[in-house]
Design a protein around this ligand. Structure first.
Ligand SMILES: [Zn+2]
Length: 130
């Protein structure tokens, strides 16, 4: 397999994150710029750490060939996310167990329905749509 250098882009904001190597697939044109993973760039990573960050995700891909988030989680993020203040009460939007897991991790994935509801109810959050 031939390797090709690809300018990797941040999935969350589209900014350039430097080069990554990608195996060139036979018969396919490897793009010069691509989203290589869901790993955030430094700017997004800092924003995500500013509170409890929830990512909108669903069980089916948003576009062809979209990879799942991985680590055994079959979810596909839309790219929309919201960071809530650390002391936000998440109860109500989720079950108790999920709430606790999200609080410990500081981030989590939620369904598009829950995400929309959260954006409407939240006053302190900063929803983005990149
Ligand atoms: Zn970014």
């Amino acid at each position: 397999m031939k390797k090709k250098k690809v300018e990797s882009l941040c999935f969350w904001c589209g900014s350039e994150m430097g080069f990554a190597e990608r195996e060139e697939e036979e018969g396919k044109i490897t793009p010069e710029r691509a989203i290589v993973s869901y790993f955030p760039c430094r700017a997004c990573g800092d924003k995500f750490k500013g509170g409890i960050t929830l990512f909108e995700a669903q069980e089916t891909p948003f576009y062809e060939d979209q990879p799942s988030v991985g680590n055994g989680v079959d979810l596909f993020p839309s790219g929309r996310w919201i960071t809530l203040p650390q002391d936000t009460t998440l109860q109500g939007a989720f079950g108790g167990k999920a709430t606790e897991e999200i609080r410990i991790a500081g981030m989590g994935f939620i369904s598009p329905v829950a995400f929309s509801a959260l954006c409407e109810n939240s006053s302190g959050g900063r929803p983005t749509n990149h």
